[in-house]
Design a protein around this ligand. Structure first.
Ligand code: HEC
Ligand code: HEC
Ligand code: HEC
Length: 381
């Protein structure tokens, strides 16, 4: 399936049928979109605090501007390089930036026009089957989901929704069109989206990070099954396999096999398990410490800097999310560790100028700072 079609499929409840990987909700026959005009009244989601999801989205969320971005000078340059006459009308861009535009008229309820940008129903699913009763107090979350509201509470389903637009992009868009390169890391991106909801429970961050990286590996593996010679993706694949095998939840043997099909299945399983996994201070700090002890895998590596920079990117994201999780859940604090992570982040961003030896030394510094981190506080694990 081409990428564009796959995204549209992934963004509809039917994806459970066509995608092969389970979203455990009942598929419906072609539910229609109502467009967010039906969400914005002040008695619904356009009101005061707690009912202001529409206002937050419209004023602050980059998704509401995703279509407008296609008419900027930058998009015009991109389109020119790619031979696209009008990015606002080309499915090569709108599939992610304004996904409703690619849909036929019969997918909309009477009187509704395709929404521009990435709107409520792009994430929550077409609203026709649930719009009328989803606000009733006697209706449970499970009943809404059964009616077609997309399950987003579960971090695995949420990751599947976000990754559809946030990772795999046609290689030419980046290499010729200079489209920003995409990295998928669910925890950080959830926090970067201006919040119109709050997640309940402890350790959501590390759980989302791990589920998200599992989903990312699954998607890259899927792509490589059909395009095994995409060197850019092979490096990313290796980096994620390396990172995740250190969590103990991905078989080490996969690192050597380059068997993309097997990895696709294993990574999906990892993501599902991770979305519900148990985290504690012990688990987060042990993993963080083991990641910080990998300095020599950079400073003494025979791998090319192009390969190592991919490892550094996923490693820095992991370290950052684990440390943020520890700070939040246990009250841990250390300016020294904060600084060491900022330094590592900057080194990983160097791209073509990436210096593995310097990165390795910087990692050693973090390892030493973590060693002096105060021991577990009782009752906080
Ligand atoms: C696979 C989905 C996808 C496709 C296809 C896609 N984009 Fe994007 N685009 C994104 C995402 C996601 C971002 C945000 C990336 C980030 O910052 O992490 C983005 C960012 C951008 C930005 C930068 C926006 C900013 O606020 O800085 C521009 C410009 C852009 N895209 C234009 C285009 C154009 C033009 C096309 C078609 C030639 C296109 N995109 C196709 C997903 C996509
Ligand atoms: C980029 C994806 C995305 C977009 C766009 C989006 N949402 Fe959400 N929304 C989410 C996620 C993820 C959650 C968390 C779901 C959960 O915990 O069950 C959520 C939660 C909610 C909730 C529950 C709030 C709560 O306190 O539990 C409401 C209501 C909601 N969204 C309404 C909207 C409306 C209205 C729009 C459009 C104006 C919108 N959303 C656009 C992803 C999105
Ligand atoms: C239909 C495609 C689509 C889906 C689904 C989607 N996004 Fe996006 N997202 C985009 C596009 C396109 C942009 C770029 C918009 C711009 O720059 O104006 C973007 C931008 C963002 C940004 C700002 C840029 C960045 O990377 O920091 C964040 C954060 C983000 N998305 C998070 C999420 C999360 C979290 C989810 C899932 C709950 C999600 N998105 C689902 C298409 C999508």
């Amino acid at each position: 399936m081409p990428n564009a079609l796959r995204i549209l499929v992934a963004l509809q409840p039917l994806w459970a049928l066509t995608h092969g990987f389970a979203a455990e909700q009942k598929p419906l026959s072609q539910p229609r979109f109502t467009a967010s005009i039906s969400c914005q009244s002040s008695s619904c989601h356009g009101g005061g605090i707690g009912n202001d999801q529409y206002c937050i989205w419209e004023k602050k969320d980059p998704h509401s501007r995703a279509n407008a971005v296609l008419s900027t000078a930058r998009s015009a340059r991109m389109a020119e390089a790619l031979g696209i006459p009008d990015p606002q009308k080309s499915a090569r861009c709108t599939v992610c930036h304004s996904p409703m535009r690619a849909l036929p008229p019969e997918r909309f309820v009477k009187g509704a026009a395709p929404e521009k940008g990435v709107s409520c129903e792009s994430c929550h699913g077409p609203a026709e089957p649930w719009i009328l009763f989803h606000t009733r107090k006697d209706i449970t979350h499970a009943q809404r989901v059964a009616a077609g509201l997309r399950e987003l509470t579960d971090l695995y389903s949420r990751a599947n929704t976000c990754v559809a637009c946030h990772l795999n992009i046609d290689g030419a868009l980046v290499s010729q069109g200079n489209h920003p390169e995409m990295f998928f890391e669910l925890d950080g991106q959830m926090l970067a989206q201006p919040p119109h909801y709050t997640d309940q429970g402890a350790w959501v961050g590390p759980r989302a990070w791990l589920a998200g990286q599992g989903v990312a590996l699954r998607e890259i593996s899927w792509k490589l099954v059909s395009e095994p010679n995409r060197e850019d993706l092979v490096h990313r694949w290796k980096a994620l396999v390396w990172l995740l095998s250190k969590t103990g939840s991905l078989p080490e043997s996969i690192q050597r096999s380059a068997d993309y099909k097997t990895t696709q299945i294993a990574a999906d399983q990892l993501a599902k398990t991770a979305a519900k996994s148990f985290w504690s201070q012990k688990r987060a700090s042990e993993l963080l410490k083991s990641y910080s002890a990998l300095g020599t895998e950079f400073s003494q590596s025979e791998l090319s800097p192009a390969e190592l920079v991919r490892k550094s990117e996923v490693l820095v994201m992991a370290i950052d999310r684990l440390w943020v999780g520890l700070k939040k859940e246990t009250g841990a604090a250390s300016g020294e560790i904060d600084e060491a992570i900022v330094a590592l982040t900057n080194l990983a961003k160097a791209q073509a100028a990436f210096n593995p030896a310097e990165f390795g030394q910087s990692l050693n510094k973090l390892r030493d700072s973590l060693a002096s981190l105060s021991p577990s506080k009782p009752g906080k694990s």
